[in-house]
Design a protein around this ligand. Structure first.
Ligand code: HH2
Length: 365
């Protein structure tokens, strides 16, 4: 029987579901991962002080109760909360059908910028951008994510006026797009404008930290919010990012942001979390996050994964041209789906939809 170690009072407990498969593997007990079609049969318990691991051990789901009994009283509440978050079904974001998770969802990317790293300059003309949104919807996107400020490594911030000028034709066309629209922005005034125009989601790569008005801008609305982890600003974030433990630090950050939203009166049912691939992370950090993605279900909200065409996909796949990184992006997406990711953010909707269908059938049958 696994036993919790005696740990200092300030130790934090984390639970990482492992042994994940589409069906119960072997004879033993299993639990549903985030209420979806995947199951896990073991848990890795990690105790850490300030993101430094002091103990880790794996135990089967069948020994869960016994493990809990050996925990100090101060940690049993945390254990119960984490276990509930790991297993409870995720309700549709803001009650929206297109964002219910009976199946994983696709977010199609539309950057109306001159300098985005892979589609910069492709959709600067308003009518062309709206057309591309409709094409992606027809190809099977569940939601379109519009961005008017590149956040690629080295990108400079654009002014509020410029961001709004780029976005306006698309915001005005939201009713024509027919599927929910998400707006990728770090600015409170853009968030407010997008919500007024009918945006369903606000996708903020700074997790509502960049602009001190952001929490207030979204609080009173009914919009969903993607909280993404980033270390530093786009201009400097790739200059030697260092973590003691990237998994624990990204988890702590997102848990804190979810807590801040809760304190501001924004309920869990409006939130989505994203570990932020490529945002202040080396190739090794990105790989660790991808391999251990299931860990983040302990946040208790749906997970969004944005790998599409990113630099580390090109480095690992030996492809310099971002537009040719579709196959590696899809492979990464499938690895994320196999750990229960609920939303994939991608440029190549038609191709990713095909991969997603196949993975979905594999998971369910
Ligand atoms: N990645 C980018 C932008 N926004 N949002 C979320 N939630 N997750 C991501 O991984 C993410 C994001 C960067 O990709 P892209 O939009 O293609 O490029 P750029 O920032 O250069 O416009």
């Amino acid at each position: 029987m696994p036993e919790a170690p005696s740990v200092p009072r300030e130790a934090r407990l984390y639970l990482h579901p492992v042994g994940i498969g589409p069906q119960p593997t072997g004879e033993g007990a299993h639990l549903p991962l985030a209420g979806g079609p995947l199951c896990f049969h073991s848990l890795q318990a990690i105790f850490a002080v300030k993101a430094k691991r002091i103990y880790e051990g794996i135990f089967p789901v069948s020994a869960l109760g016994k493990f809990r009994d050996t925990l100090p009283k101060t940690l049993t509440e945390r254990f119960d909360a984490l276990l509930a978050r790991l297993t409870t079904p995720r309700p549709p974001v803001c009650g929206i059908k297109a964002l219910s998770f009976a199946k994983p969802r696709l977010m199609g990317i539309l950057n109306v910028t001159p300098d985005s790293f892979s589609d910069g300059g492709d959709f600067l003309d308003g009518a062309g951008a709206v057309k591309h949104a409709r094409v992606m919807a027809a190809e099977g996107a569940d939601i379109i994510d519009i961005g008017a400020e590149s956040t690629r490594p080295g990108a400079k911030e654009v002014s509020l006026e410029e961001e709004l000028t780029r976005l306006t034709p698309l915001l005005e066309a939201i009713p024509e797009i027919k599927i929910p629209v998400s707006v990728d922005t770090r600015k409170a005034k853009v968030m407010a404008r997008a919500i007024r125009a009918g945006a369903t989601l606000i996708n903020d790569v700074s997790a509502l930290r960049h602009d001190k008005g952001s929490l207030a801008a979204v609080r009173k609305s009914r919009a969903g919010i993607v909280l993404m982890h980033a270390r530093g600003d786009p201009a400097t974030m790739q200059k030697n990012p260092v973590y003691k433990d990237v998994l624990l630090e990204v988890f702590d950050f997102l848990e804190e942001r979810i807590g801040a939203c809760g304190t501001a009166g924004i309920g869990h049912e409006r939130l989505v979390a994203d570990p932020g691939f490529g945002f202040g992370k080396t190739r090794e950090h990105n790989l660790l996050l991808l391999r251990n993605l299931s860990f983040f279900h302990g946040l208790g909200v749906p997970l969004l994964v944005g790998l599409s065409r990113k630099r580390f996909i090109g480095e690992l796949g030996g492809e310099k041209e971002p537009k040719r990184r579709g196959p590696g992006s899809i492979a990464g997406g499938v690895l994320a789906l196999m750990q229960g990711a609920q939303i994939l953010r991608c440029h190549d909707v038609r191709e990713t939809r095909q991969a997603l269908q196949l993975t979905g059938f594999y998971q369910y049958c």
